[in-house]
Design a protein around this ligand. Sequence first.
Ligand code: KMH
Ligand code: ZN
Length: 284
Amino acid sequence: MPMPPRVPHPTTLITVAPTGAESAKADVPDLPTTIEELVETAVRCEAAGAAMIHLHIRDAEHQPTLDTGRLKEAVDAVRGATSLIVQLSTGGSVHDPLEQRLKVLDAEPDSCSLTMGTTNFGDDVFMNPWPFVSELYQLAQEREVVPEFELFDLGHVHALHRLLDTYGLPYGGKVHCDLVMGVPGGGMPGTTDALVASVQALPAETTSWSATGIGRTTLAVALASLSRGGHLRVGMEDTLTLSRGVPVTHNEQLVSRAAAIAELAQRPAMSTADAREFLQIKQR
Ligand code: KMH
Ligand code: ZN
């Protein structure tokens, strides 16, 4: 079976996912939810080694929103303050309707997340039926937005084969995946075995992949990813503690830790300029 290249890239793409849609500001006051907090977070995370930011936006009441104006405001603000690749979540929250999630691309991000299938998500269901995935993918191709394929399960890897076989390569020709592991209540576990099984099954067109482990799987997944030649996603969307009982107070801590272990693996953090070239991001 053809497999993605085994020679690791000499540097590590670090993506920060600072907010997510699941944690409440009232429970996690350090979660960046305002535009000002997002910009401050983006600036500090870029300095610490991040090259891409995966954004979920909140409204004035700190609730998840897919309002196009608010998304655009955040994209412009982060672009104005950093050179980070701005990736908008099309996953939103489990309560967002599919039609609204398709409209995320109206905010003209550099990249968008694109989850390759439905998955149990805590007590909820994160819906990604095939017609929605296909439509979103074709829209990303049309709008020249580089997708990041979010793979929560081995079945999602299988669906990615079908997508690429049916609709061809994304804008820019690069196929970048992110393994999202250890989601409570669904998907694959955050283990080295699951990571290796998924990577071995990736389509031959895959040019790069990262991995993120939810909650306490974060370090195990990061170390497994680096040792298997992958890249890293970290952030308070996925992990709220640095170790048992020690809360994350700023996303920069997670990015700095990721950059340090990448350095230790002799694959230091990738610059934003290199990441733009690496993922073939359109100049906007
Ligand atoms: N918030 C989750 C339901 C994505 O950003 O594309 C979905 C999620 C995936 O976070
Ligand atoms: Zn997300």
